[in-house]
Design a protein around this ligand. Structure first.
Ligand code: ZN
Length: 349
C-alpha cells in the first residue's frame, strides 16, 4: 500500500511533503477530523480541499496503479465536479461576515447523517474572517465533531484565528509554486492572446507570486480587469519612479494612502518595495542580473541611475521593518505615515 509520490494529488502541484503526509493519513484511515490549510489567496487551498475530500472516498485509494485521488471513479467524479451532497462548501456571503448564525447552520447540518458517502466533509472558506464569537461557537464541534465528519478550514492569516481554535486543528501550510511550475502550467493549459504576448506573460508570472489561482485569474481576465491587477502590482515601481524625482512628495503620499488597509495586502506591498530596492542595487552591481520584482529593465535602470546605493539601502531596511510591523497588530494609518516620512528622510539624507 504505497503509491508512488508522483501519484499523490498529481493535480495539485508541488507541496510534496504536505501531500505525502495527508495521503498517508487518508490511506491509513487516520486523517485528523479538523485540519486547516493555510496560505495566500489564489494558492489553491479550495482546490486542494476538494482533492482531499475526493481522496477520502476514492474507490482506488488503496491501489498502487492509480493516482490518489484517481479522478475516474464515480465518487471522485462526483466530488471533484462539486456535485456531492456530502462535501459542503461554507463561505461567508458576499461582503458579509462569517458570524455565529453561520456556525449554527453548520452545527445543525453536521449532525445529519451523510447521503451517499461514508462521511461528510465541510470546507470552511476564509476562516480568518470568522468573528471571534463565531470561532468560539465553532470550538466544540471542531474538537469533537459528529462521527464521520471532517472539517477542512481554509485560512489566509492565522493571526486572526483564536489560539483555542488553532490548538484543536492540524495546520498545513500551502506554499506558492516556483515560477517555472506556473509557466509550465499556463503554457500547457491555456492558449490565449494574452500569453502569446511575452511581456504580459512575464507580468503574470511576476505578479502572481507563485499563486496559480491568481495567475489563472489574470490569464482569463478581460483587459480592464487585467490592467487593474497589474497596476496594483506595479505600485512599488511607481513609488521608485516618484522617489527618483524627489519633488513628488504629495504623489507618494497619495500612493501610500491609497493602499488597502488589509494587513496582508499591505505587507506584500512593503515586501515588494524591499524586493524592488534590492533589484535596483543588484542592477547597479550588474545590469545583466535577473530581477525578482521588476518586469521592465528600463524602469529599473532609471531608478538605478538616479538613486545612490546608500539611499536605496535605507529603503530596503525601512521597507523590511515596516512589513514586519505591519504583520503585527500596529495602527495601520500610523504605519503608513511613518513609512512616507522614512522615505522622505532617505531621499534627503
Ligand atoms: Zn477515485
Amino acid at each position: 500500500m504505497s503509491k508512488n509520490t508522483f501519484n499523490l494529488f498529481p493535480n495539485f502541484l508541488e507541496n510534496n511533503e504536505t501531500k505525502r503526509r495527508i495521503a498517508i493519513d487518508i490511506q491509513n484511515g487516520t486523517l485528523f477530523h479538523s485540519i486547516m490549510l493555510v496560505g495566500n489567496d489564489g494558492v489553491g487551498k479550495k482546490f486542494f480541499a476538494y482533492q482531499i475530500a475526493a481522496a477520502l472516498s476514492c474507490e482506488k485509494k488503496h491501489s498502487d496503479d492509480y493516482p490518489l485521488p484517481c479522478g475516474e471513479c464515480a465518487s471522485c467524479k462526483k466530488i471533484l465536479g462539486g456535485n456531492s451532497l456530502d462535501v459542503v462548501f461554507f463561505d461567508r456571503e458576499e461582503q458579509g461576515s462569517f458570524g455565529v448564525d453561520k456556525v449554527r447552520e453548520l452545527r445543525d447540518d453536521a449532525v445529519v447523517t451523510s447521503n451517499e458517502l461514508d462521511f461528510k466533509v465541510y470546507i470552511l472558506d476564509d476562516f480568518h474572517l470568522m468573528t471571534a464569537q463565531a470561532q468560539n461557537a465553532a470550538l466544540k464541534i471542531l474538537e469533537e465533531p459528529p462521527k464521520n465528519v471532517y472539517f477542512i478550514l481554509l485560512c489566509k492569516d492565522v493571526q486572526n484565528v483564536l489560539e483555542t481554535v488553532l490548538s484543536r486543528v492540524i495546520q498545513f501550510e500551502i506554499r506558492p509554486l516556483t515560477e517555472g511550475s506556473v509557466r509550465r502550467f499556463l503554457s500547457e493549459n491555456y492558449n490565449n492572446e494574452l500569453l502569446k504576448n511575452q511581456q504580459k506573460l512575464e507580468e503574470i508570472l511576476k505578479f502572481s507570486r507563485g499563486c496559480l489561482g491568481t495567475a489563472i485569474e489574470a490569464t482569463v481576465s478581460d483587459s480592464e480587469k487585467y490592467n487593474e491587477l497589474i497596476e496594483e502590482y506595479k505600485l512599488p515601481e511607481k513609488m521608485f519612479s516618484l522617489i527618483s524625482n524627489r519633488s513628488q512628495k504629495l504623489q507618494m503620499i497619495d500612493v501610500i494612502n491609497g493602499l488597502p488597509k488589509d494587513r496582508l495586502t499591505l505587507a506584500s506591498f512593503f515586501s515588494d518595495m524591499e524586493c524592488a530596492a534590492r533589484d535596483i542595487i543588484a542592477y547597479k552591481n550588474s545590469p545583466e542580473t535577473s530581477l525578482k520584482y521588476y518586469i521592465s529593465r528600463d524602469s529599473v535602470m532609471q531608478a538605478a541611475m538616479s538613486l545612490p546605493v546608500r539611499k536605496v539601502y535605507m529603503i530596503v531596511e525601512l521597507s523590511g521593518d515596516t512589513r514586519d510591523q505591519c504583520l503585527r497588530n500596529t495602527n495601520i494609518q500610523l504605519l503608513k505615515d511613518k513609512y512616507v516620512s522614512g522615505i522622505i528622510k532617505a531621499i534627503n539624507s
